[in-house]
Ligand binder design. Structure first.
Ligand code: SF4
Length: 273
């Protein structure tokens, strides 16, 4: 049995963790990038990022002033019985996290730019619900900064343009340059629908970065050969990882989405039962 209070508190704690402690696979990738780098400027930027991460964890403060837009994935066990509205509990958790962590109030009305100050508004927090086997509830938070989200892109390729996927991914990274605070993580969604490809690209960012396929590693190598480097000031580490998720698509389409994430690849999960 999962209670409303447990969900609210879990969401607050997940945001606290995601904002103050970068997952171990991300920290390891940053340390490896530092070891491999021989460009002095790039090394000093990576060193500053690693020190910043350590300080945020020790002092329990957010690692970046942009605490992101709240994105949540809820995997709901089909045998789980809830006597409350799960969305309401998650929304209250975000509202409380904004006050208690605290999170910067980033969510504004798209046209008036009016800010409710709570990170709660129309369709925000952005929540994806999935029904899965079991009797538990897995919650994952992915606070997403604007610097990287703003340079993400999507293209509806034709099925005959399958050999242009790689070129499009490289083009997006090249156009982004130093804006998304590299070294970046590149989430790629191939297939599905217009919106489905974007969702796949975002979901890809939740994966462990140390487990990349040959296709992903070869894309990573090509991205790093662009030489954008940490902070956009040149160097070997433009990206830390490329993570690709695929979905079947219409025979007449080939959607490709590229969701760029900054070095602050913040994510945290927990399981309630
Ligand atoms: S892109 Fe990432 S690291 Fe850069 S300011 Fe935004 S959240 Fe912070």
């Amino acid at each position: 049995m999962v209670t409303y209070k447990e969900v609210v508190e879990a969401v607050v704690e997940l945001f606290r963790k995601a904002e103050t402690e970068l997952p171990e696979d991300v920290v390891e990738a940053l340390r490896n990038a530092y070891e491999r780098e021989d460009n002095e400027v790039a090394r000093s930027i990576l060193k500053a990022i690693i020190q910043n991460i350590d300080t945020a964890r020790k002092l329990k403060v957010p690692m970046c002033q942009d605490t992101g837009i709240p994105i949540i994935f809820a995997e709901v066990g089909r045998e789980l019985c809830l006597d409350f509205n799960l969305r309401d509990a998650i929304v209250e958790g975000v509202w409380r996290a904004t006050k208690e962590v605290p999170l910067r109030p980033n969510a504004v009305h798209p046209l008036t730019r009016e800010n409710p100050g709570t990170n709660v508004g129309m369709h925000i927090p952005h929540i994806t619900f999935d029904i899965v086997d079991g009797d538990g509830l897995k919650l994952t938070v992915l606070p997403k900064g604007a610097g990287s989200e703003n340079v993400s892109d999507l293209k509806m390729l034709l099925p005959s343009q399958v050999n242009q996927i790689e070129r499009f991914v490289l083009e997006v990274v090249k156009n982004a340059g130093g804006k998304p605070c590299p070294p970046i993580v590149v989430g790629v969604g191939i297939g599905s629908t217009f919106d489905g490809a974007a969702k796949l690209a975002k979901k890809a960012l939740l994966r462990n970065m140390t487990e990349m396929s040959e296709f992903e590693l070869s894309l990573l190598e090509k991205i790093n050969s662009l030489g954008i480097g940490p902070g956009g000031l040149g160097g070997k580490a433009t990206a830390l990882a490329v993570l690709v998720e695929m979905g079947h698509c219409h025979t007449a389409s080939l959607p490709v989405a590229v969701n760029i994430q900054c070095w602050a690849n913040r994510r945290a999960s927990l399981f309630l039962r």
